[in-house]
Design a protein around this ligand. Structure first.
Ligand code: SF4
Length: 469
């Protein structure tokens, strides 16, 4: 071991490095592989063609989330394609001895919600999954990558990935978040400041007093959207909050093994004086409730700001701003507050956890969803749904005009029946506002915190949460 102080990323990389490849990449051992129904069928088929087994089935865990309907999950599913994908995943897991968390398991949910919930996500480890938002798991001090289908195949066959080593950018968030400002606002603010491609080639290390004070669920929201800023992964150093979250989780170590694990997890955190490619300071106290107005998550503004005009936009951004204004059909110079919405979606791996639902329910109680708005609350997992129902949050939502659904990705990417129709505008707690992301090729998405979505739902328009609470 070197005496030079190191950051967590470098420690995890070195611990999991198998060898350097002639391509200049590193062959990296992946501790945990999370699998879902959409990006895995082709990968399993490729293994079958080559007659290859899964190298470490005990390190591979599967769930169903992307395509599963949220109105009824009774089998057979009414959507034949969804049923076929479910059956395929079940067969693949059975054939290869992989643990599947399906609806009957009581632990099904969005892959990035159940991994942490089950204690599969642990500090100092490497994690990969065929979904871009795998960066979520960095909240625990894991280095977690979203991967494509051919990499899912490689990982199934070898438990390794060929990866280019990243540079590490430390993002120090100073101050304190104001009331009505959430982890979602912080992550949107960071993406706007650094750009949607600003993180390409980087791992983001999030630090500072705001991150230190955050719950694991809030840290997950921040890390989840690292990929939207171009970073391959994002992480927060593990601390006592992390260890307490993990204590007693089904897949976390127990007894003495837990204490030994904590000692090791602690040793993997970045050390004072560790080297970074660069350090960026973000003044957290200045952040306001934030909403996207455009077609990428970086096109966002504070709730009290106005939609940009072409003439006030720097030359290099004019084309993308013009494209976004045309697609979104929002008037330049107008306040974003007051924008009418048709749909409200509370859920996703960004903001479908219990703390998100509690906050949204608190806001929901202040009004009633008008008939003009379709409002969906989709818990991130069966565990989240159970907790919410124990706390009667489902009743609160229903009483105030929201639909209470079964767990799944739902309208985050609409690979299931939950979709926008036509030019509908959706206030969404998810992570992507790309053209057509929510199922309609012309649908429009405004990203915001779950509390802001709940407020938009009951007012029928985008509102400042600070005026509601
Ligand atoms: S909620 Fe959205 S981003 Fe998250 S895993 Fe599902 S589809 Fe991917």
């Amino acid at each position: 071991m070197s005496d030079t102080p190191r950051n967590l990323f470098d420690k995890v990389w070195e611990t999991h490095r198998v060898r350097e490849l002639p391509s200049g990449q590193t062959q990296l051992f992946i501790g945990t592989h999370l699998v879902h129904e959409v990006t895995s069928p082709q990968a399993f088929a490729m293994l079958r063609e080559r007659n290859l087994p899964v190298r470490f089935p005990q390190r591979t865990f599967a769930t169903v989330d992307h395509i599963i309907p949220t109105d009824s999950q009774i089998r057979p599913l009414s959507d034949e394609l969804a049923e076929a994908m479910m059956t395929e995943l079940e067969r693949n897991c059975r054939d290869h001895g992989i643990r599947l968390f399906d609806a009957a398991s009581g632990a099904q949910g969005i892959v990035h919600v159940i991994g942490p919930e089950l204690g599969l996500t642990q500090p100092g480890t490497t994690i990969a999954c065929g979904d871009s938002h795998t960066s979520t798991h960095g909240a625990f001090g894991a280095i977690a990558f979203g991967i494509g289908t051919s990499q899912v195949r490689d990982l199934l066959a070898t438990q390794c990935l060929a990866m280019v080593r990243l540079q590490v950018r430390r993002i120090e968030v100073t101050g304190k978040l104001a009331p009505g400002v959430y982890a979602k606002d912080l992550t949107l603010d960071i993406i706007r400041r650094l750009g949607v491609k600003g993180g390409v080639g980087y791992a983001y290390e999030y630090a500072g007093p705001i991150l230190a004070a955050m719950s694991l669920e809030e840290r997950m929201t921040v890390c989840n959207m690292s990929i939207e800023g171009g970073a391959r992964c994002g992480y927060v150093n593990p601390d006592d909050t992390t260890y307490e979250y993990l204590r007693g989780r089904p897949w976390a170590p127990e007894g003495d093994a837990f204490d030994r694990a904590v000692a090791w997890w602690r040793s993997m955190a970045s050390e004072p004086g560790a080297d970074y490619h660069d350090v960026v300071e973000v003044p957290g106290s200045e952040i306001a409730p934030t909403v996207t107005w455009g077609i990428n998550p970086g096109q966002n503004l504070a709730i009290d700001q106005t939609i940009p005009t072409i003439q006030d936009t720097p030359d290099e951004d004019r084309a993308s701003v013009a494209e976004a204004l045309e697609y979104m059909d929002l008037r330049p110079g107008m306040p974003i507050a007051g924008t009418p919405i048709d749909v409200a979606f509370i859920g996703s791996c960004t903001n479908g956890r219990i703390s998100d639902l509690r906050e949204a329910a608190r806001v929901a109680q202040t009004g009633q969803v008008p008939p003009s708005v379709r409002a969906l609350v989709v818990p991130g997992s069966q565990e989240v749904a159970r907790q919410a129902e124990e706390e009667h949050l489902d009743e609160v939502f229903r009483a105030h005009g929201f639909q209470w659904r079964e767990p799944g990705c739902s309208m985050c990417l609409a690979m299931n029946p939950d979709k926008l129709e036509g030019r509908e505008v959706c206030a969404s707690s998810s992570n992507r506002n790309f053209k057509g992301r929510q199922g309609s090729p012309t649908g429009r998405t405004l990203l915001m915190s779950p509390a802001m979505v709940a407020a938009a739902a009951i007012h029928g328009q985008v509102v400042d949460i600070r005026e509601v609470l």
